[in-house]
Design a protein. Structure first.
Length: 244
């Protein structure tokens, strides 16, 4: 990996889902150079990763100015995380609440590992901003999505790498309806449609049927959250539902 040494540059944690795709658009609207990073940790909904290239291509084509800023993509094999995680995100088991009170979709240490590896890549690439889709408003109680966790991690990474990384979480205080609204603010209905059709959020990896809010089973927590957010967005913005 060679260094870009760009002062106004960012590395976006881009899974191929709605949140990270919106964060990618947010970064492209702000930074001169934007690179993307994905992780293959044996997730049950691996189809999400297969959406990454399609969304990158689509957003660059639809928004040429953003396309000029879109840099390299990086994919990291993090299968070790899947091998030590007995969760509904990495095993074919029923999604339910665990004894801890957290849903069993929680993968302990996931975002901590993601950001640490992202910082190591950004260090080598000369990128100074790390962007993640963590959110404390519409989330399942995951402790590694909290604002306090990200602030503490920023301090630890900068101390450990003697750097000045900034960790940006543009969705931290937004609900899912607000996330759809942010996409519209950034790129109009064209971006909303790209997010609706080209991204994937469903935990069980269902991508056979296009719903009004996107692809998914419609029953898992991720689908229900995305559906409720999309419907609230339509109601609040007085927007006509996209054809299926």
């Amino acid at each position: 990996m060679t260094r870009t040494d760009a002062k106004n540059s960012a590395l976006v944690l881009f899974s191929g889902g709605q949140d990270s795709a919106t964060c990618l658009a947010w970064a492209l609207d702000r930074y001169d150079i934007v690179e993307t990073l994905g992780f293959d940790y044996g997730q049950r909904h691996r189809v999400e990763l297969e959406c990454r290239d399609g969304f990158r291509t689509a957003i660059a084509r639809a928004f040429p100015e953003w396309g000029k800023r879109l840099g390299d993509d990086h994919m990291i094999d993090l299968s070790v995380l899947g091998s030590i995680s007995d969760t509904a995100m990495t095993r074919e088991i029923e999604i339910e609440t665990a004894a801890t009170g957290l849903p069993n979709t929680f993968v302990p240490g996931r975002n901590l590992m993601f950001m640490t590896i992202a910082a190591a890549i950004a260090y080598r690439r000369g990128l100074n901003v790390l962007v993640g889709g963590m959110c404390e408003t519409d989330f399942s109680g995951y402790p590694d999505c909290r604002d306090d966790t990200m602030k503490a991690l920023q301090v630890a990474l900068n101390l450990g790498m003697d750097s000045r990384f900034v960790l940006e979480t543009p969705l931290m205080w937004l609900d899912k309806a607000d996330t759809w609204r942010l996409a519209r603010q950034l790129g109009g209905e064209e971006l909303v449609e790209l997010v609706r059709v080209e991204t994937h959020t469903c935990y069980v990896g269902e991508r056979a049927e296009l719903q009004p809010w996107g692809f998914g089973c419609g029953e898992c927590p991720a689908c229900k959250l995305r559906k409720r957010g999309y419907e609230a967005y339509l109601a609040g913005e007085n927007v006509t539902e996209a054809p299926v």
